[in-house]
Design a protein around this ligand. Structure first.
Ligand code: 25A
Ligand code: L14
Length: 351
């Protein structure tokens, strides 16, 4: 048997909330890398980021850095991905991109390993990591869809500030401190005070009056589940929580699914843990989900207003399963399937 060489791995956006978690996830899961190279903007070049007990020196991201790199995990925002990921693919480096830039591009698979790993087989060098809120929802919904065929989803989210990055984490912290000291809170990252508040506004507003975050949940869910028969409508809300997104999910199915059946299906599902015992006050909460890899589901109960409906409460760590962990799981799946190569390096030369 031929001995495969371990890949050289880049983390792009390594100084960010997600980039740091990518490094710690690669380390914690013993990802078989020959070398790990952190990249960020010129501003951060030369700074150090932790990797286990070591510190790695951050390099400036440039178009020509990808020669000799086999795999790049990107989490540096959409415009950085749009500009640099095609250069990586053209150099034969496989990109797993955490931004929204490539998710709905037909050339790019949009993958949650528990849901649609086979989509990786068709990759052209750029693989998209879905939106955090979408990932945890489809992890919970896929096994129910397979069992009973979901036709409609109504979801409301309660999203942590860490989704916006380290500046937003600092803003919530600072505002809480300022308010307890009778000072005016600094408002920079979000349009309004986030401490002790809820903002029904994540990402930008679109022409249809939905936010881009809400439409990501609508469109990405259909692409990942591979079924345009699933109609999704979403309301996305920012809440003053540091880590962990929560979602109230209402589903309608073709076949009737009792809460008991749904609990049994979810108890067997990959990446899911059922926490559902109202009598004992057991249900998922973001404080408990923070730092965990699994998607937690509870409050499973019948929607008594329709023939075949269920309500669920779904919680996961948005930086882990919602971003860094899902990207590393994609990388592991690429390795297991021997897909860590770009068949045609010209696919992203034009957009
Ligand atoms: O467009 P999108 O896809 O919607 O994504 C928008 C943002 O959402 C986050 C991510 O933020 C992204 O920037 N994000 C994306 N997908 C996500 C997901 N699935 C997600 N969050 C959750 N779930 P982030 O904070 O996690 O990461 C930002 C990282 O991107 C790097 N970066 C930005 N532009 C870059 C770039 N890297 C390379 N080239 C570019 N052009 C960014 O690195 C960060 O790592 P940085 O070096 O630019 O900045 C971080 C460092 O700089 C210091 N700093 C910050 N602001 C200032 C500053 N220093 C001086 N002055 C400042 N004004 C910080 O201390 C830090 O060390
Ligand atoms: O990945 O919570 O599309 O502010 C961009 C906005 C992630 C969440 C994405 C936020 C999102 C982020």
């Amino acid at each position: 048997m031929s001995q495969k060489k371990n890949p050289v791995v880049a983390v792009v956006g390594a100084t960010g909330a997600v980039g740091r978690e990518m490094l710690s996830t690669l380390h914690a899961r013993n990802f078989p890398a020959a070398e790990i190279i952190p990249f960020a903007s010129a501003r951060s070049a030369g700074t150090k980021v932790p990797f286990g007990d070591q510190e790695l020196t951050v390099r400036e991201l440039k178009e020509d850095v990808f020669a000799g790199i086999d795999l790049a995990l990107f989490s540096a925002g959409g415009s950085t991905s749009e500009k640099f990921a095609p250069h990586a693919a053209a150099a034969g480096c496989v990109v797993v991109d955490n931004s929204s830039a490539w998710r709905m591009d037909d050339r790019c698979p949009l993958v949650v390993p528990e849901v649609n790993p086979d989509a990786l087989e068709q990759h052209n060098g750029i693989i998209a990591n879905p939106n955090c809120s979408t990932i945890q929802m489809v992890v919970a919904l896929k096994p129910l869809h397979d069992a009973a065929c979901i036709t409609r989803v109504v979801v409301s989210t309660y999203q942590a500030v860490s989704g916006t990055g380290h500046k937003a984490i600092a803003e919530l912290e600072t505002q809480v401190r300022q308010l307890f000291n009778m000072q005016e809170p600094d408002i920079k990252v979000y349009p309004y005070q986030i401490a002790f508040n809820c903002l029904p506004h994540i990402d930008v507003f679109l022409d249809n009056d939905y936010t881009k975050e809400e439409m990501k949940m609508v469109n990405e869910t259909v692409k990942i589940m591979g079924d345009p028969g699933i109609k999704v409508t979403a309301t996305c809300v920012r809440v003053p929580v540091f880590y962990g997104h929560s979602e109230a999910v209402n589903i309608e199915t073709k076949r009737k699914l009792s809460p008991k059946e749904a609990r049994a299906i979810l108890a067997q599902a990959p990446g899911v843990k059922v926490l559902d015992n109202p009598a004992e006050k057991i249900y998922p909460m973001p404080l408990d989900a923070a730092g965990e890899d699994l998607t937690f589901v509870g409050r499973i109960r019948e929607d008594e207003t329709i023939a075949n409906g269920l309500n669920l409460w779904v919680v996961a760590d948005n930086i882990r399963k919602g971003a860094a962990l899902n990207a590393v799981q994609i990388a592991e799946e690429l390795m297991a399937r021997d897909l860590l190569r770009v068949k045609d390096t010209t696919v992203f030369m034009t957009k």
